[in-house]
Design a protein. Structure first.
Length: 365
Protein backbone atom coordinates (compact mmCIF):
# COMPACT_ATOMS: atom_id res chain seq x y z
CA UNK A 1 0.00 0.00 0.00
CA UNK A 2 1.30 3.47 -0.87
CA UNK A 3 2.74 5.48 2.03
CA UNK A 4 1.06 8.67 3.20
CA UNK A 5 2.27 11.82 1.47
CA UNK A 6 4.95 13.42 3.65
CA UNK A 7 4.83 17.14 4.45
CA UNK A 8 6.43 19.41 7.03
CA UNK A 9 3.42 19.41 9.38
CA UNK A 10 2.88 15.63 9.42
CA UNK A 11 3.96 14.17 12.78
CA UNK A 12 6.87 11.77 12.68
CA UNK A 13 7.05 8.37 14.34
CA UNK A 14 9.76 6.21 15.84
CA UNK A 15 10.53 2.82 14.31
CA UNK A 16 8.26 1.01 16.80
CA UNK A 17 5.45 3.57 16.48
CA UNK A 18 5.53 3.34 12.68
CA UNK A 19 5.49 -0.47 12.92
CA UNK A 20 2.44 -0.41 15.18
CA UNK A 21 0.63 1.98 12.85
CA UNK A 22 1.44 -0.26 9.88
CA UNK A 23 0.13 -3.27 11.79
CA UNK A 24 -3.14 -1.51 12.62
CA UNK A 25 -3.62 -0.52 8.99
CA UNK A 26 -2.96 -4.07 7.81
CA UNK A 27 -5.37 -5.41 10.45
CA UNK A 28 -8.11 -3.07 9.25
CA UNK A 29 -7.45 -4.07 5.65
CA UNK A 30 -7.59 -7.75 6.61
CA UNK A 31 -10.92 -7.25 8.36
CA UNK A 32 -12.32 -5.27 5.43
CA UNK A 33 -11.33 -7.73 2.71
CA UNK A 34 -10.97 -11.16 4.34
CA UNK A 35 -13.15 -11.27 7.45
CA UNK A 36 -16.24 -9.18 6.70
CA UNK A 37 -17.44 -11.43 3.81
CA UNK A 38 -18.01 -14.21 6.35
CA UNK A 39 -20.97 -12.25 7.67
CA UNK A 40 -22.77 -12.68 4.38
CA UNK A 41 -22.12 -16.42 4.43
CA UNK A 42 -23.63 -16.63 7.92
CA UNK A 43 -26.59 -14.51 6.84
CA UNK A 44 -27.30 -16.67 3.78
CA UNK A 45 -27.20 -19.83 5.90
CA UNK A 46 -29.85 -18.35 8.18
CA UNK A 47 -32.16 -16.94 5.52
CA UNK A 48 -31.82 -19.46 2.66
CA UNK A 49 -31.39 -16.58 0.25
CA UNK A 50 -34.49 -14.61 1.33
CA UNK A 51 -33.85 -10.93 2.03
CA UNK A 52 -35.69 -9.36 5.01
CA UNK A 53 -37.59 -6.18 4.31
CA UNK A 54 -35.25 -3.82 6.21
CA UNK A 55 -31.91 -3.62 8.02
CA UNK A 56 -33.54 -3.90 11.44
CA UNK A 57 -34.88 -7.34 10.57
CA UNK A 58 -31.40 -8.33 9.41
CA UNK A 59 -30.09 -7.18 12.77
CA UNK A 60 -32.40 -9.57 14.64
CA UNK A 61 -30.68 -12.41 12.82
CA UNK A 62 -27.08 -11.23 12.81
CA UNK A 63 -26.60 -9.87 16.31
CA UNK A 64 -27.01 -13.35 17.78
CA UNK A 65 -24.36 -14.83 15.48
CA UNK A 66 -20.90 -15.46 17.03
CA UNK A 67 -19.14 -14.64 13.77
CA UNK A 68 -20.77 -11.21 13.58
CA UNK A 69 -19.93 -10.62 17.23
CA UNK A 70 -16.30 -11.58 16.57
CA UNK A 71 -16.02 -9.32 13.53
CA UNK A 72 -17.66 -6.41 15.36
CA UNK A 73 -15.33 -6.77 18.35
CA UNK A 74 -12.27 -6.81 16.11
CA UNK A 75 -13.58 -3.84 14.16
CA UNK A 76 -14.02 -1.78 17.32
CA UNK A 77 -10.60 -2.82 18.62
CA UNK A 78 -8.96 -1.85 15.33
CA UNK A 79 -10.58 1.58 15.52
CA UNK A 80 -9.31 2.23 19.04
CA UNK A 81 -5.87 0.92 18.08
CA UNK A 82 -5.83 3.21 15.04
CA UNK A 83 -6.14 6.39 17.10
CA UNK A 84 -4.05 5.06 19.97
CA UNK A 85 -1.11 4.21 17.73
CA UNK A 86 -0.91 7.84 16.59
CA UNK A 87 -1.79 9.50 19.90
CA UNK A 88 1.05 7.78 21.76
CA UNK A 89 3.45 9.07 19.11
CA UNK A 90 2.16 12.64 19.47
CA UNK A 91 2.40 12.49 23.25
CA UNK A 92 5.92 11.07 23.14
CA UNK A 93 7.06 13.93 20.90
CA UNK A 94 5.03 16.60 22.71
CA UNK A 95 4.06 17.54 19.16
CA UNK A 96 3.38 21.20 18.37
CA UNK A 97 1.75 22.43 15.17
CA UNK A 98 4.36 24.35 13.15
CA UNK A 99 3.69 28.04 12.57
CA UNK A 100 3.96 28.82 8.84
CA UNK A 101 6.33 31.57 7.73
CA UNK A 102 5.61 33.74 4.68
CA UNK A 103 2.12 32.24 4.38
CA UNK A 104 0.37 32.20 1.02
CA UNK A 105 -2.99 31.61 2.71
CA UNK A 106 -4.47 32.81 5.99
CA UNK A 107 -5.94 31.63 9.29
CA UNK A 108 -8.68 33.53 11.13
CA UNK A 109 -9.84 32.17 14.49
CA UNK A 110 -12.86 33.36 16.47
CA UNK A 111 -13.22 32.22 20.09
CA UNK A 112 -16.90 33.20 20.06
CA UNK A 113 -17.61 30.27 17.72
CA UNK A 114 -18.54 27.30 19.88
CA UNK A 115 -18.53 23.73 18.63
CA UNK A 116 -22.14 22.45 18.74
CA UNK A 117 -23.12 19.82 21.28
CA UNK A 118 -23.69 17.22 18.57
CA UNK A 119 -19.91 17.27 17.98
CA UNK A 120 -18.72 17.54 21.57
CA UNK A 121 -21.09 15.19 23.45
CA UNK A 122 -19.10 12.15 22.31
CA UNK A 123 -15.79 11.43 20.64
CA UNK A 124 -16.92 11.12 17.02
CA UNK A 125 -15.71 7.87 15.40
CA UNK A 126 -13.94 7.12 18.70
CA UNK A 127 -11.20 9.71 18.07
CA UNK A 128 -9.96 10.64 21.57
CA UNK A 129 -11.07 14.15 22.47
CA UNK A 130 -12.98 14.62 19.24
CA UNK A 131 -12.34 17.51 16.86
CA UNK A 132 -11.80 20.17 19.52
CA UNK A 133 -8.90 18.53 21.40
CA UNK A 134 -5.51 20.24 21.05
CA UNK A 135 -4.07 17.18 19.29
CA UNK A 136 -7.05 16.76 16.92
CA UNK A 137 -5.37 18.03 13.74
CA UNK A 138 -2.31 15.80 13.52
CA UNK A 139 -4.25 12.89 15.04
CA UNK A 140 -6.90 13.15 12.32
CA UNK A 141 -4.38 13.57 9.50
CA UNK A 142 -2.28 10.54 10.36
CA UNK A 143 -5.04 8.48 12.01
CA UNK A 144 -7.43 9.17 9.15
CA UNK A 145 -4.96 7.73 6.67
CA UNK A 146 -4.69 4.55 8.75
CA UNK A 147 -8.47 4.41 9.22
CA UNK A 148 -9.13 4.65 5.47
CA UNK A 149 -6.42 2.07 4.75
CA UNK A 150 -4.93 4.47 2.23
CA UNK A 151 -8.22 4.51 0.34
CA UNK A 152 -8.47 8.29 0.38
CA UNK A 153 -5.23 8.62 -1.55
CA UNK A 154 -1.70 9.36 -0.36
CA UNK A 155 -2.76 12.91 0.60
CA UNK A 156 -6.20 11.90 1.95
CA UNK A 157 -7.65 14.11 -0.80
CA UNK A 158 -9.67 11.56 -2.76
CA UNK A 159 -13.07 13.04 -1.88
CA UNK A 160 -12.13 16.52 -3.07
CA UNK A 161 -10.76 15.15 -6.33
CA UNK A 162 -13.90 13.06 -6.80
CA UNK A 163 -16.16 16.12 -6.51
CA UNK A 164 -13.90 18.31 -8.65
CA UNK A 165 -13.80 15.64 -11.38
CA UNK A 166 -17.59 15.32 -11.22
CA UNK A 167 -18.01 19.08 -11.58
CA UNK A 168 -15.74 19.31 -14.62
CA UNK A 169 -17.49 16.38 -16.28
CA UNK A 170 -21.06 17.46 -15.49
CA UNK A 171 -20.89 21.28 -15.47
CA UNK A 172 -17.94 22.16 -17.73
CA UNK A 173 -19.25 25.74 -17.90
CA UNK A 174 -18.69 26.32 -14.18
CA UNK A 175 -15.57 28.41 -13.55
CA UNK A 176 -15.85 29.41 -9.88
CA UNK A 177 -14.15 32.61 -8.77
CA UNK A 178 -14.79 31.91 -5.06
CA UNK A 179 -15.14 28.49 -3.41
CA UNK A 180 -16.18 27.61 0.14
CA UNK A 181 -15.47 24.27 1.82
CA UNK A 182 -17.77 23.71 4.81
CA UNK A 183 -16.58 21.65 7.77
CA UNK A 184 -13.13 21.47 6.21
CA UNK A 185 -11.36 19.75 9.12
CA UNK A 186 -7.64 19.74 8.29
CA UNK A 187 -8.29 20.39 4.61
CA UNK A 188 -8.10 16.89 3.17
CA UNK A 189 -10.96 17.59 0.78
CA UNK A 190 -10.10 21.27 0.41
CA UNK A 191 -6.68 21.26 -1.21
CA UNK A 192 -7.62 19.42 -4.44
CA UNK A 193 -9.65 22.49 -5.46
CA UNK A 194 -6.42 24.51 -5.57
CA UNK A 195 -5.35 22.31 -8.47
CA UNK A 196 -8.78 21.81 -10.05
CA UNK A 197 -9.63 25.55 -10.10
CA UNK A 198 -6.28 27.38 -9.78
CA UNK A 199 -7.78 30.81 -10.50
CA UNK A 200 -10.37 30.57 -7.70
CA UNK A 201 -10.14 32.12 -4.24
CA UNK A 202 -10.53 29.21 -1.84
CA UNK A 203 -12.11 29.57 1.61
CA UNK A 204 -12.49 26.81 4.20
CA UNK A 205 -14.41 26.89 7.49
CA UNK A 206 -14.73 24.68 10.56
CA UNK A 207 -15.90 25.12 14.15
CA UNK A 208 -12.78 23.47 15.62
CA UNK A 209 -9.76 25.75 16.03
CA UNK A 210 -7.26 22.87 16.51
CA UNK A 211 -8.26 21.39 13.17
CA UNK A 212 -7.91 24.75 11.46
CA UNK A 213 -4.49 25.48 12.96
CA UNK A 214 -3.16 22.19 11.67
CA UNK A 215 -5.01 22.49 8.36
CA UNK A 216 -3.43 25.90 7.75
CA UNK A 217 0.05 24.58 8.59
CA UNK A 218 -0.52 21.55 6.35
CA UNK A 219 -1.73 23.68 3.41
CA UNK A 220 1.23 26.00 3.73
CA UNK A 221 3.62 23.04 3.87
CA UNK A 222 2.16 21.96 0.53
CA UNK A 223 2.26 25.46 -0.94
CA UNK A 224 -1.54 25.77 -1.22
CA UNK A 225 -3.27 29.11 -0.69
CA UNK A 226 -6.42 28.64 1.42
CA UNK A 227 -8.25 31.17 3.59
CA UNK A 228 -9.08 29.14 6.73
CA UNK A 229 -11.66 30.63 9.07
CA UNK A 230 -13.40 29.47 12.24
CA UNK A 231 -17.14 29.51 11.56
CA UNK A 232 -20.23 27.31 11.80
CA UNK A 233 -21.67 26.03 8.50
CA UNK A 234 -25.17 26.56 9.89
CA UNK A 235 -24.61 30.34 9.93
CA UNK A 236 -21.32 31.43 8.40
CA UNK A 237 -21.77 35.25 8.53
CA UNK A 238 -20.47 35.62 4.96
CA UNK A 239 -22.59 38.09 2.92
CA UNK A 240 -25.37 36.84 0.65
CA UNK A 241 -24.28 35.46 -2.73
CA UNK A 242 -20.59 35.28 -1.77
CA UNK A 243 -19.61 32.07 -3.58
CA UNK A 244 -19.87 30.30 -6.93
CA UNK A 245 -19.20 26.86 -5.44
CA UNK A 246 -19.93 25.52 -1.94
CA UNK A 247 -18.74 22.01 -1.06
CA UNK A 248 -18.32 19.67 1.89
CA UNK A 249 -16.70 16.27 2.36
CA UNK A 250 -18.26 13.77 4.83
CA UNK A 251 -19.68 16.67 6.85
CA UNK A 252 -23.35 15.72 6.60
CA UNK A 253 -23.26 12.38 8.42
CA UNK A 254 -21.67 14.08 11.43
CA UNK A 255 -24.30 16.81 11.55
CA UNK A 256 -27.57 16.61 13.49
CA UNK A 257 -30.86 16.22 11.63
CA UNK A 258 -31.85 19.77 12.62
CA UNK A 259 -28.51 21.36 11.81
CA UNK A 260 -28.19 19.71 8.40
CA UNK A 261 -31.29 21.57 7.19
CA UNK A 262 -29.80 24.87 8.35
CA UNK A 263 -26.62 24.04 6.43
CA UNK A 264 -28.59 23.57 3.21
CA UNK A 265 -30.43 26.87 3.68
CA UNK A 266 -27.09 28.57 4.32
CA UNK A 267 -25.72 27.07 1.09
CA UNK A 268 -28.54 28.60 -0.90
CA UNK A 269 -28.05 31.99 0.75
CA UNK A 270 -24.33 31.96 0.01
CA UNK A 271 -24.59 30.92 -3.64
CA UNK A 272 -24.57 33.41 -6.47
CA UNK A 273 -27.06 32.80 -9.32
CA UNK A 274 -25.70 29.88 -11.34
CA UNK A 275 -23.66 28.73 -8.36
CA UNK A 276 -23.39 25.11 -7.29
CA UNK A 277 -23.52 23.39 -3.88
CA UNK A 278 -22.23 19.81 -3.71
CA UNK A 279 -21.81 17.66 -0.60
CA UNK A 280 -20.03 14.30 -0.87
CA UNK A 281 -20.85 11.77 1.80
CA UNK A 282 -21.80 8.17 2.52
CA UNK A 283 -23.99 6.22 0.09
CA UNK A 284 -27.64 6.26 1.10
CA UNK A 285 -29.40 3.16 2.42
CA UNK A 286 -32.28 3.46 -0.03
CA UNK A 287 -30.07 2.29 -2.89
CA UNK A 288 -28.80 -0.92 -1.29
CA UNK A 289 -29.99 -4.22 0.13
CA UNK A 290 -31.23 -4.59 3.70
CA UNK A 291 -28.16 -6.70 4.50
CA UNK A 292 -25.67 -4.12 3.22
CA UNK A 293 -27.53 -1.35 5.06
CA UNK A 294 -27.37 -3.34 8.29
CA UNK A 295 -23.66 -4.02 7.94
CA UNK A 296 -22.90 -0.38 7.24
CA UNK A 297 -25.03 0.74 10.16
CA UNK A 298 -22.51 -0.87 12.52
CA UNK A 299 -20.87 2.57 12.80
CA UNK A 300 -24.09 4.12 14.12
CA UNK A 301 -24.29 1.63 16.95
CA UNK A 302 -20.64 0.91 17.75
CA UNK A 303 -18.35 3.63 16.37
CA UNK A 304 -19.73 6.81 17.99
CA UNK A 305 -21.44 7.97 14.77
CA UNK A 306 -24.92 8.87 16.07
CA UNK A 307 -26.10 10.58 12.86
CA UNK A 308 -24.61 8.03 10.44
CA UNK A 309 -27.84 6.08 10.00
CA UNK A 310 -30.06 9.15 10.18
CA UNK A 311 -28.26 10.78 7.28
CA UNK A 312 -28.20 7.62 5.18
CA UNK A 313 -31.97 7.33 5.45
CA UNK A 314 -32.60 10.91 4.28
CA UNK A 315 -34.36 11.87 1.06
CA UNK A 316 -32.01 14.20 -0.88
CA UNK A 317 -34.90 15.92 -2.64
CA UNK A 318 -36.68 16.70 0.62
CA UNK A 319 -33.42 17.81 2.22
CA UNK A 320 -32.49 20.26 -0.54
CA UNK A 321 -35.97 21.64 -1.19
CA UNK A 322 -36.30 22.10 2.57
CA UNK A 323 -33.27 24.36 2.30
CA UNK A 324 -35.04 26.51 -0.29
CA UNK A 325 -33.84 24.99 -3.56
CA UNK A 326 -36.32 24.24 -6.35
CA UNK A 327 -36.97 20.64 -7.39
CA UNK A 328 -35.35 21.16 -10.79
CA UNK A 329 -32.17 22.48 -9.14
CA UNK A 330 -31.51 19.40 -6.98
CA UNK A 331 -28.63 16.99 -7.64
CA UNK A 332 -28.26 13.48 -6.19
CA UNK A 333 -25.90 10.91 -7.66
CA UNK A 334 -23.95 7.91 -6.42
CA UNK A 335 -20.36 7.82 -7.64
CA UNK A 336 -17.74 5.07 -7.52
CA UNK A 337 -15.04 5.50 -4.89
CA UNK A 338 -12.45 3.71 -6.98
CA UNK A 339 -10.95 6.27 -9.35
CA UNK A 340 -7.67 7.35 -7.80
CA UNK A 341 -8.23 5.55 -4.50
CA UNK A 342 -6.29 2.51 -3.28
CA UNK A 343 -7.30 -1.08 -3.98
CA UNK A 344 -9.27 -1.30 -0.75
CA UNK A 345 -12.28 0.06 -2.66
CA UNK A 346 -11.99 -2.40 -5.53
CA UNK A 347 -14.72 -4.78 -6.69
CA UNK A 348 -13.20 -7.53 -4.54
CA UNK A 349 -14.44 -5.84 -1.39
CA UNK A 350 -17.77 -7.23 -0.19
CA UNK A 351 -18.96 -4.13 1.63
CA UNK A 352 -22.01 -2.85 -0.21
CA UNK A 353 -22.24 0.93 -0.05
CA UNK A 354 -18.62 1.34 1.02
CA UNK A 355 -17.74 1.19 -2.68
CA UNK A 356 -19.59 4.45 -3.37
CA UNK A 357 -19.91 8.08 -2.36
CA UNK A 358 -23.19 9.98 -2.51
CA UNK A 359 -23.08 13.50 -3.95
CA UNK A 360 -26.02 15.66 -2.90
CA UNK A 361 -26.55 19.28 -3.83
CA UNK A 362 -28.18 21.80 -6.12
CA UNK A 363 -27.39 24.44 -8.74
CA UNK A 364 -29.04 27.75 -7.98
CA UNK A 365 -30.98 29.27 -10.85
Amino acid sequence: MQPQLAHAALPGASHDEAARQAFVQSLKLHLATKVVPGNRAVFDQNTKGEMPEDRRAVGEIMRAEPFYQLWGSLQRCSQEMCWGSVLESLQRQDYDIPVPADAVGSLTLDDTVAAPAYLTAIDIHCMPGGYTADHAGPLYDRGGYIYAMGGWGADNGHMGRTVADHIRATWPDLAPARILDMGCGVGHGTLPYCDAFPDAELHAIDVAAPMLRYGHARAEAMGKAVQFRQANAEATSYPDESFDLVVSHILLHETSATAIRRVMAECRRLLRPGGLALHVDLALYGDMSAFDAFMLDWDTQHNNEPFWGTFREMDPMALMTGGGFAVEEVVSVRVDRAGKAAHVFSDKRDAGGRKYWQIIGARKS
